[in-house]
Ligand binder design. Structure first.
Ligand code: ASP
Length: 318
């Protein structure tokens, strides 16, 4: 059987996970195991404030995790949303895929499955993340006041102070962050995984694109895979990940498929200043990154490389 060169790509914060995954791929491990291990590495890292343990809490101070995983061989997928009190959301997503007839379990149901499978409950809040959470209330002179609807408080805390803010316009938003990985193994199989604590200070129960198959994650061995990071509400509204893969199926090149997915996003209200990033891979291991804001990068590594490298994400011309 032909041996394929292993390849893995990720969002910018995936470096540590990528090295662990590449080690596995070089030993002949599957793309599915590789993307799970890669996400777990980032989930366990308390210094990453956008994923797993140490992730940014919602407006009430609770960390709610979203994750999904997809197997390009079979189109099997598993996901969890708004999970509290358990880390390793990606492992749980995989268990949903392998141990239940479902694709997505949310909140109580996902937590119940975790307990049933013997996962140990763990408070996902670190002192550092809680301090950051509190700081924003002070910075913006906001209190958790029962007289004010929670939706108004969450809206105030998740919004940038000023939409014209240069950092905000450049996509450096301190409420966001997610990790995603797409891998191809030596058998030529593709798999993709996404894990996040979602938007910091979000309304409780808010679910982003990351656990929604088709929005933030999609993988099909025949055509390719795509994953999103950025303001999940955008990718949900135009099914970004599945659309990009569908454009590949329709015969577009990887570049054209990515640009078409960006055009879909462009149709959404640009005044919100929200942004979206995409990573994508085709079955031959070719990869690309796309973004709606300038200056964004993604990471890639092949079996022939010693370390992950950064590459620029493509913007829509003009
Ligand atoms: N897409 C994630 C969400 O909306 C956040 C992010 O990628 O930064 O939950």
């Amino acid at each position: 059987m032909t041996q394929h060169m292993p390849v893995i790509i990720s969002s910018e914060n995936g470096r540590g996970g990528m090295l662990a995954a590449m080690h596995l791929l070089r030993e002949g491990g599957s793309a599915l195991d590789a993307v799970e291990i890669a996400c777990r590495y980032v989930e366990d890292d308390p210094t990453d404030h956008s994923v797993g343990y140490g992730g940014l809490p919602n407006v009430l101070g609770d960390v709610e995790l979203d994750a999904s995983i997809m197997d390009g061989r079979t189109l099997s997928a598993g996901a969890v949303a708004a999970v509290m009190g358990y880390g390793r959301a990606i492992r749980l997503a995989r268990q949903v895929m392998e141990q239940t007839p479902h694709v997505l379990l949310a909140a109580r149901g996902a937590e119940r499955l975790a307990a049933e499978l013997g996962e140990s409950p763990q408070d996902q809040r670190t002192d550092e993340a809680l301090a950051r959470w509190r700081e924003r209330f002070t910075e913006r002179s906001v209190d958790l006041d029962e007289q004010v609807p929670l939706r108004a408080i969450a809206a105030q805390l998740t919004q940038p102070l000023n939409l014209q803010d240069k950092l905000y316009k450049a996509g450096r938003v301190d409420t966001l962050g997610t990790v995603n990985f797409i891998a191809r193994d030596q058998q030529g199989n593709l798999a993709s995984a996404v894990s996040t604590s979602g938007i910091g200070w979000k309304y409780p129960g808010r679910v982003g694109d990351s656990p929604l198959i088709g929005a933030g994650n999609y993988c099909d061995n025949r055509y390719g895979a795509a994953g999103c990071t950025g303001m999940g509400e955008l990718a949900i509204r135009v099914s970004t990940a599945r659309s990009l893969v569908l454009y590949l199926k329709m015969g577009m090149s990887l570049l054209d498929a990515g640009l078409e997915a960006l055009r879909d996003l462009q149709v959404l209200d640009a005044r919100t200043g929200q942004y979206m990033n995409i990573v994508a891979m085709t079955p031959d291991g070719a990869h690309a990154g796309f973004t709606t804001v300038a200056g964004k990068q993604y990471l890639y590594m092949t079996g022939a490389m010693n370390a992950p490298q950064l590459a620029e994400r493509t913007l829509l011309p003009g």
